[in-house]
Design a binder for this molecule. Structure first.
Ligand code: LLP
Length: 385
């Protein structure tokens, strides 16, 4: 969150950039780690949410492991100093080169998402003379009650293996050479705000684990994924997500014996500590009377509004005007969907004013592109200002 003191310091900086509040990241990590330790839960940070090296360094200092979605993410995590024993790797389409790399690094687990992938992994591990720990990513068929663009655990989704398919093929899976199938994994979606969804998740996991055991799998850990949402509407009211509630729900509903329980949070760790700071370039009014504020960033810096219709709270952080106006805030890219929001009530804003798009720490900078040959956005850290 941007203090008055910070606002003055931002005014002279070249825009756009991502501003990271390192104190807030620290507070968030302290909360996540202390709440998880009450129950002995293991945390992995979903690195896809943000790869910034300074953020990774702080996350590592709090002892989290990493959740990856590609070979390059595994490489990035290891280069950032995370221990292979804390790295998990999921993904529906892992290439052979990526699997070989993950096998060679001896990471904690590869989360497999199809029978064919299990067979390919088995063949590669055997060829490399290694034994790989595997978690089966099960598709539990749960509606996470979130934006449909980011749900991942419903029956028709591309993610995970159907539970029935695993049971039908349990003998075959258990006998695949080179694999130690020891974990059960699921991830049902992102930005989950209705926490009772985690109760359904537990009920499903309880049944799945019991039946996988009955089918002969020796499960040593359960990974329930990430998904905890953040408050995009009023970030100031909830700068640190409610880790206590989600862990308490899991603790009271999950029945998996003494098996370690792993989580893979991305957004909940870094979402609120990042903001996109951008400058008003031009004012213009369309022939239909719509007032546009054209700013110096775009979907190439923050694609979430254009891609998912996602909402980011926008504030003018430099205007002293008391009169307000309703604006459509648009970016510089040559795309009509390049719009941050409509009907945004802001103090009358003029060329040179600074706007912030809040809650942009997760899936903001990491999803930036170079479309229109824009430069990739840089990072500015609160503690350096
Ligand atoms: N684990 C797995 C296997 C995942 O696929 C994801 C996110 C996570 C963990 C972390 O989920 P989180 O705790 O951040 O909700 N770009 C989208 C979100 C895509 C999420 C992809 N998977 C957005 O901007 O909303």
């Amino acid at each position: 969150m941007i203090s008055r003191k910070l606002k003055d310091k931002l005014a002279g900086l070249e825009t756009p950039f991502y501003l990271y509040d390192m104190d807030l990241l620290r507070l968030t990590l302290e909360s996540a780690v202390s709440m998880a330790s009450r129950y002995g839960y293991k945390l992995h940070y979903a690195i896809k949410a943000n790869y910034d090296p300074r953020l990774l360094e702080m996350i590592r200092s709090y002892g989290l492991g990493i959740d990856c979605a590609s070979g390059n993410e595994v490489r990035c995590a290891l280069e950032a100093g995370f221990d292979p024993s804390g790295v998990v790797y999921a993904g529906v389409g892992k290439k052979e080169s990526e699997l070989r790399y993950a096998i060679s690094q001896g990471i904690f687990a590869i989360n497999c998402e199809s029978l064919e992938e299990l067979e390919v992994l088995s063949a590669l591990a055997t060829e490399m003379g290694k034994t790989v720990t595997v978690a089966l990513r099960v598709n539990p068929d749960i509606d996470p009650k979130t934006n449909h663009c980011i749900d991942t655990g419903q029956a028709d989704s591309k993610f995970g293996i159907s539970y029935e398919e695993i049971l039908e093929n349990s003998e075959r899976i258990r006998q695949l050479p080179g694999l130690r199938v020891r974990g059960m994994h699921l991830h049902i979606g992102s930005q989950i705000r209705e926490l009772h969804v985690f109760e359904y998740l537990c009920e499903k996991v309880n049944v799945i684990v019991e039946n996988l055991e009955a089918a002969g799998f020796e499960l040593e850990f359960v990974d329930v994924g990430g998904g905890l949402g953040i408050n995009y509407d009023m970030p100031e009211n909830e700068p640190v997500p409610n880790f206590a509630s989600v862990f308490a729900i899991i603790h009271s509903h999950l029945r998996v014996g003494g098996r370690p329980v792993h989580f893979e949070f991305g957004r909940a760790i870094v979402g609120q500590c990042g903001e996109l700071i951008t400058r008003v370039l031009y004012n213009k009014t369309t022939a239909t009377g719509r007032k546009l504020l054209i700013v110096d960033s775009s979907m190439t810096e923050l694609i979430r509004p254009a891609l998912y219709g996602a909402y980011h709270n926008i504030e003018n952080i430099t205007s002293a005007e008391t009169k307000r106006e309703k604006y459509t805030v648009v970016g510089t890219a040559c795309e009509s969907t390049d719009k941050f929001d409509e009907n945004v009530s802001l103090p009358v804003s003029k060329r040179g004013d600074l706007l912030t798009l809040k809650s942009a720490g997760a899936y903001g900078q990491s999803m930036a592109s170079r479309y229109n040959l824009h430069d990739l956005p840089r990072s500015v850290y609160s503690e350096e200002l």
